[in-house]
Design a protein around this ligand. Sequence first.
Ligand code: G1P
Length: 301
Amino acid sequence: MVMAKPIRKAVFPVAGLGTRFLPATKAVPKEMLTIVDKPVIQYVVDEARDAGIEFFIFVTGRNKEVIEDHFDVQFELEHTLRQRGKLDALRALRRDLPKAGHMSFTRQQQPLGLGHAVLCASELVGNEPFALLLPDMIMKSERGCLSEMMSVYEKREGNVVALEEVPMEMTHKYGIVQPGTVRDDSIEITGMIEKPDPGTAPSNLILSGRYILQPEIFSYLKEQEPGSGNEIQLTDAMISLSNEQDFSGYHFRGKTYDCGSKSGFILANMAFGMERDDIAPNVVDAIEKIVGEYKQHNAKS
Ligand code: G1P
């Protein structure tokens, strides 16, 4: 049996402006907004690390330096924590850090779209398959979405994308796949389209933000013309690549929070907060009360 080439590197496109979260994102990158007490980007990096990723490639933009700082050793802070005997906090800081020399930061100089952001990572990825994680999407499951996708990749090789169902009326906001044969571990993909016009989607299965891609994607991205939204779309390059390589869809059954939207962000805070013994018991009654008041108010009006 041929062994699938290991996935060692992951790309995180973090150049987006985050206009939907203004004014919060005027000086703070959206990826640094916190879900409970960890920045959004940390959840996604942790998911990648848990899946065995060793090299972390961030495609950043202007005003994103603080992401780089977050993944650096904060000497003064560590010194103070040590002096104060706060060893748990110190350990947590250290645990969150990728190994020295295992992170790279490159800039997308112009906001030309997701496909262009991924292309910016091509020299750092080189000629090997890689994972791509969109940090807006926080995915919650026992093993982690990327780990689950790795199992499909090891068996099927080629390219693997995470899929999720959305209500049909939401399909124009996403990349959508046309499903073929449903296998035991994955779904054959027979077509893809980026943000189809309302009412024209071939299914309600969206590309939900996790990808395992072969390096040949870069040659298509280099030639890719702008598509939906006049941006260079990753999905369009994947459509070309799918003419020569397999794409398997992994139907993710965990819970996804789209933290690029305000409601997804609030829900993520609630969900992760509810898992914490130091938080849930202190807030659950108050949350029920707030929800009750909201419902009562809306019933009257
Ligand atoms: C991007 C992709 C799209 C995917 C979505 C998931 O769109 O282009 O295919 O479904 O992420 O969040 P964006 O959210 O950048 O518009």
